[in-house]
Design a protein around this ligand. Structure first.
Ligand code: LRH
Ligand code: MN
Ligand code: MN
Length: 389
């Protein structure tokens, strides 16, 4: 453990943490085989915000909510932002959706048909209009575009079409707005994805300029990929815009962050801290789909898992680590890192929460709040929101 003053600095840093929760994690979701509906899940974007407000109330570090358009389509986005504000929240990243329309079967912005490309671009530009209304800083772009078979379309032409659309969106961004480009190795396309990896995303963002940044979804890599290396590299280049946090065992499993591999989450957070990324310039977002477990406590657990990994990363004794590294002390350096990882930070976080005026045990506080029963009783009738609805 480090000296007392350092622990105070760690606590101060933890109090400034902000983890953005995704509106879609509050609604029903499932696999392509079955969506298991849960009673009490939100029917409207406002009800999603009501649930997100519970997460923030009990954790104190989840002040913003990402929207997905059109899943969260409303008539008046400024009014939705005001509703969020009344509940102590703000609206975060606007996630575009150019993957849920028959027209996008062969791609959206990279589709060989210019009319489909125009439609996709219009949606992306509409998302920037929405950002103007909500006051959101970030537009998150993920494209399901790709091909299933060799020869299906020209890989290089598709890059040209992608670059053209990205640059049109970039031009539309206002002051203080950014676009975050998300990559994914495969799925739904199985032969080529048009943005399959961080290198592709980085190259496009580099050409576009400062307002274009890469977003790392932790579930979007080949098994065994060293994600913390990507994080370190992107931070060094000033191109890490944010994270979509989730856990995976196999592919894009979208499980609770920190559940499958908490050590990996720690390693990522260490590189974030080391690289100066523990700052508002990097958006720490969750992108999860909870299919079996109740939604709100699963999100609270995820937020707590991010906090725990962050606390451990902040506790790394960096002077000792640097000394061991420069002395070529392989075992010593590794031990410094592992000492931090093996620290039980739960008592420290309980203290931090108490000092912040929130519950020392957010899971218990939620359980005792009665909210879970209340939403089951009150949210009857209407249609429950769901992933893709
Ligand atoms: C794609 C993705 C992307 C979408 C979200 C629902 O797999 O990670 O971020 O917007 O899932
Ligand atoms: Mn994602
Ligand atoms: Mn994903």
């Amino acid at each position: 453990m480090t000296a007392g003053s350092t622990v105070e600095a760690v606590k101060t840093a933890l109090k400034t943490q902000a983890v953005e929760t995704p509106s879609w994690a509050y609604g029903n979701s499932g696999t392509r085989f079955k969506v298991f509906a849960q009673p009490g899940v939100p029917r409207t974007p406002r009800e999603k915000l009501d649930d997100a407000a519970r997460v923030h109330e009990h954790t104190g570090v989840a002040p913003s909510v990402a929207l997905h358009i059109p899943w969260d389509r409303v008539d008046d986005y400024a009014a939705l932002a005001a509703y969020a504000k009344e509940r102590g929240l703000r609206l975060g990243a606007i996630n575009s959706n150019v993957f849920q329309d028959d027209d996008y079967k062969l791609g959206s912005v990279t589709n060989p048909d210019p009319a489909v490309r125009r439609k996709a671009l219009a949606h992306l530009l509409e998302c920037v209009d929405i950002m103007d209304a909500t006051g959101s800083r970030d537009l998150k772009l993920w494209f399901s575009d790709g091909t299933n078979y060799p020869g299906q379309d020209d890989i290089r032409d598709r890059q040209d079409r992608l670059a053209e659309a990205l640059s049109a969106v970039y031009e539309r961004l206002g002051d203080g707005q950014r676009m975050l480009l998300e990559y994914k190795l495969f799925e739904p396309a199985f032969y080529t994805m048009d943005v399959p990896d961080w290198g592709t995303a980085y190259a496009h963002c580099l050409r576009l300029g400062e307002k274009a940044q890469v977003v790392v979804d932790t579930g979007h890599h080949a098994p065994g990929t060293n994600i913390e290396f990507i994080v370190a590299f992107l931070l060094r280049e000033g191109k890490l815009g944010g994270f979509d946090f989730n856990s995976r065992f196999y592919a894009d499993d979208d499980l609770m962050v920190g559940s499958a591999d908490p050590f990996q989450l720690f390693r990522i957070m260490y590189e974030v801290v080391r690289g100066g990324g523990y700052s508002p310039d990097v958006a720490f977002m969750l992108d999860q789909c909870h299919n079996l477990e109740p939604k709100i406590p699963a999100i609270i657990r995820s937020v707590m898992n991010v906090q725990e990994a962050t606390a451990k990363a902040l506790l790394v004794d960096r002077p000792s680590l640097a000394a061991a590294q420069s002395a070529g002390d392989v075992l010593g350096a590794n031990a410094v890192l592992m000492d931090a990882y093996n620290t039980d930070v739960r008592p420290l976080l309980a203290e931090v929460r108490t000092e912040m005026g929130v519950a020392a045990d957010p899971m218990a506080a939620y359980r005792e709040s009665g909210w879970a029963q209340r939403i089951v009783d009150e949210r009857v009738g209407g249609e429950q929101a769901g992933w893709g609805a």
